[in-house]
Design a binder for this molecule. Structure first.
Ligand SMILES: [Zn+2]
Length: 429
C-alpha cells in the first residue's frame, strides 16, 4: 500500500525523535542477564514495553508435551516453568492491509570470561557510538527497533491498518522452542520480520544452516596413574571420539556437498566442541568425561540425517582400541533444527530491501548464514515469508559484544516504513 509522502516524513521524524528513548530502552534490556533459564527479567521488561505501546502483553507458555510431535521441536535442556514467552497483538479499527509479525528472542548466550570484557557484560556501556554488552547486538537492539518502529507510527498520529503481532521468545540460542510455541499460539500472519544482526555489514538472511546438539559421555575405568595401563582414560577417550567429527566436518564442507545457496561461503558447516567436563584429580585416571557439541546441517540434509550420522560416528569411534572397556553414551538435547532458504523475492523481503536502501542509502546483501535464527519455523512449517535483517553487531557470542547505535536507528526507520507500507495506516483514535 503506497504511503503518502507526508506520513512517510512524519514517521521518519518520529523515529529520529525516539533515538534517545531507543538507546535507554536497549540499556534496560541489556541489564537483564537473560541467559538460559534466567530470562524472567527480560521477559518482564518486554511486557512493560508492550504495555507502554498501548498493547496488552500476553504470556505464552512453552509446553513440551504440546510441541513434541511438531517437526520443529527440539529436546529441551531445562524446565520451562516461570519463563513464558511474551506476545502482544495490535488490532486495527478496520483491517485493510496485510498482517505482520515482529519477532525477536530475549535470551542471550553466556557472557564467557567476564574478566576479559572491557566493561562488565551486563552493564551496558556506550563507546564511539556503540553499545557494549551481552545481547546488545544479538538481538536486543533488534527488539528495540521493532518496538520503536511501532511507537514511531503512533507518534506520527498513525497505527497499522492490519493486525501486528509482537513476539518476544526464549531459547532461540539452544532449541527454538519458545519461537515454536509463540508461533503456534497465534494466527498465521502474511509476513514476518526478525531483526537479527547480520554479518557485520548490511545484509538480509538468504539461507541458514541447521544445527544438531549432541552430548557424548564416556565412562572409563579409573585407576591410580601408576596402573595407568589398566585403566581407560575417559578424557582421552572423549577426545578420540571428538577427533572423528573433525573428519566429518571436512567431508561435509566439500564443494559437492555445499548447497547452491551457500556458494562462496568459506566453511559453511561447522562442528563446535562447546563444553567439556570430566575428571576428578590430576593423579587419577578420569572416570567420566562429557563433551557437548554443535554440528551444522547443510541445506539439502536434515537434522534427522545428521543425528543418524552422529550416532554412526560415535558407534564407530567406540570400537577404537583405546576405548576398550569404556562405556559411551550419546544424548540429544538442544537444537534439532533443519536448515532453510529464505525467499528473497517475497514481497516482504523486497519491501524491506527498498525501505532499508531509502533510509540508509545502502543495499542489503544476501547473507547465507552459518548459524541459525527462529526464521526457520515460519519458513518451513508455516510457509510465511520472513525478512530477517538487523543492526550492525560485532562479537556476538564473543567478548565485548556491541551494536552500532546509528545502525539500530536505521533498522528502526526501515521497519517503521515496512510496517506502514505492508499494513497500511489509519489515524490513531
Ligand atoms: Zn540471535
Amino acid at each position: 500500500m503506497p504511503l503518502d509522502p507526508g506520513a512517510r516524513r512524519a514517521i521518519l521524524d518520529a523515529v529520529a525523535a525516539l533515538e534517545q528513548e531507543s538507546v535507554e530502552t536497549l540499556a534496560r534490556l541489556v541489564r537483564c542477564p537473560s541467559t538460559l533459564g534466567h530470562e524472567q527479567s527480560a521477559l518482564e521488561e518486554m511486557a512493560r514495553i508492550y504495555a507502554e505501546l498501548g498493547l496488552t502483553p500476553k504470556r505464552v507458555p512453552t509446553v513440551p508435551a504440546e510441541l513434541a510431535s511438531h517437526p520443529g521441536f527440539s529436546p529441551p535442556l531445562v524446565p520451562y516453568e516461570g519463563r513464558d514467552n511474551v506476545v502482544a497483538v495490535h488490532t486495527p479499527r478496520e483491517a485493510r492491509g496485510r498482517s505482520l509479525a515482529l519477532q525477536g528472542h530475549v535470551d542471550v548466550v553466556p557472557e564467557g570470561a567476564a574478566d576479559i570484557w572491557v566493561t562488565p557484560p551486563f552493564e551496558p556501556s556506550i563507546r564511539d557510538g556503540r553499545m557494549y554488552g551481552r545481547g546488545a547486538g544479538d538481538m536486543k537492539a533488534g527488539i528495540v527497533s521493532y518496538c520503536m518502529a511501532f511507537k514511531a507510527l503512533a507518534l506520527a498520529g498513525l497505527q497499522p491498518a492490519a493486525t501486528v503481532q509482537m513476539q518476544s521468545v526464549i531459547e532461540e540460542e539452544c532449541t527454538g522452542n519458545g519461537a515454536l510455541a509463540a508461533m503456534l499460539a497465534l494466527p498465521r500472519t502474511d509476513a514476518v520480520i526478525i531483526p537479527e544482526p547480520g554479518p557485520g555489514l548490511p545484509a538480509m538472511y538468504s539461507a541458514e544452516v541447521g544445527v544438531v546438539w549432541a552430548w557424548v559421555t564416556v565412562t572409563g575405568r579409573p585407576t591410580h596413574v601408576r596402573d595407568m595401563q589398566a585403566g581407560v582414560n575417559a578424557i582421552e577417550a572423549a577426545t578420540a571420539i571428538a577427533a572423528r567429527f573433525k573428519d566429518y566436518e571436512r567431508e561435509m564442507n566439500k564443494a559437492e556437498r555445499v548447497h547452491a545457496s551457500f556458494r562462496g561461503v568459506n566453511h559453511p558447516v561447522n562442528v563446535n566442541f562447546g563444553t567439556i567436563e570430566g575428571g576428578e584429580w590430576n593423579s587419577s585416571v578420569p572416570t567420566r568425561a562429557r563433551i557437548g557439541m554443535r554440528v551444522g546441517v547443510m541445506m539439502g540434509y536434515t537434522a534427522a540425517q545428521t543425528k543418524a550420522d552422529i550416532e554412526r560416528l560415535v558407534a564407530e569411534a567406540a570400537q577404537d582400541e583405546r576405548l576398550r572397556g569404556a562405556k559411551v553414551a550419546l544424548e540429544f538435547k538442544g537444537f534439532m533444527a533443519d536448515p532453510c532458504v529464505f525467499d528473497m523475492q517475497s514481497p516482504i523481503a523486497l519491501l524491506a530491501r527498498r525501505s532499508y536502501a531509502e533510509v540508509a542509502g545502502a543495499e542489503l546483501r544476501d547473507y547465507p548464514a552459518t548459524g541459525l535464527t527462529d526464521g526457520r519455523f515460519f519458513t518451513l512449517y508455516q510457509d510465511t515469508p520472513v525478512a530477517c535483517f538487523g543492526p550492525d553487531a560485532q562479537e556476538i557470542h564473543g567478548i565485548d559484544e556491541s551494536v552500532g547505535l546509528a545502525s539500530m536507528h536505521d533498522i528502526t526507520a526501515s521497519i517503521a516504513l515496512c510496517i506502514a507500507e505492508w499494513c497500511g495506516v489509519e489515524k490513531r483514535a
